[in-house]
Design a protein around this ligand. Sequence first.
Ligand code: ZN
Length: 240
Amino acid sequence: MKFAIFGDIHANLEALEAVLEDAVEHDCSHYACIGDIVGYNANPHECLEIVRGLECPVVKGNHDDDASLDTDLVGLNPLAEQSMRWTREQLTADDKEYLSELKLVRQVRDFTIVHATLDTPSGWGYVTNKFDALASFGYQYTPLCFFGHTHLPVFYSKTSSVEVEDGQTIEIETGKRYFANIGSVGQPRDGDPRASYCIYDMGGQRMVNRRVEYDLKAAQQKIRDAGLPGMLADRLELGK
Ligand code: ZN
């Protein structure tokens, strides 16, 4: 059984469609989403419809949380804030209800999914090195946990961190625990503009990072047409 684990889609429909196509081509039959379906890019409602249609486990990201509320936006950078105001206008009441009801942490088979950290999932902290990862390991009760939030694909164990590249496979060692950042579908930030996700092969006990080309120009044009900040379109091309 192969799971496609994906997230940080950020309303990038072209990237999401390309990733799901790639997952099918690679025999994935199951899905799990680590959140941030919306925010930044131009198709929040459409991306939500697709993810909901998969009927897979999904956890809440900070942008999903912000989009589901009507409260003042605090702590967001100006780009994210402008995009979030626009995103809230695009979502239906039903979309917002779905997002508001998402859980922060879920266990799926022999793995866990969370958006940011396991130690304080609602604090939206960033895991950027193996010392940050250690705090989450204290709350990880399955051999594997998949997360996102930094938009950088890095697989952590208690003693190491591996920045994973396209096609890189990690064989899962029995008794070892992994906290695996799967990178971002819709706004990668590691300098590689291709969409990032992870295939977890449960039977074969391995994880593979995948990078997928998508119609970046179309995604950029939609951002500009929607009147969203041009920087959001520019950064997609830079992978930043
Ligand atoms: Zn994100």
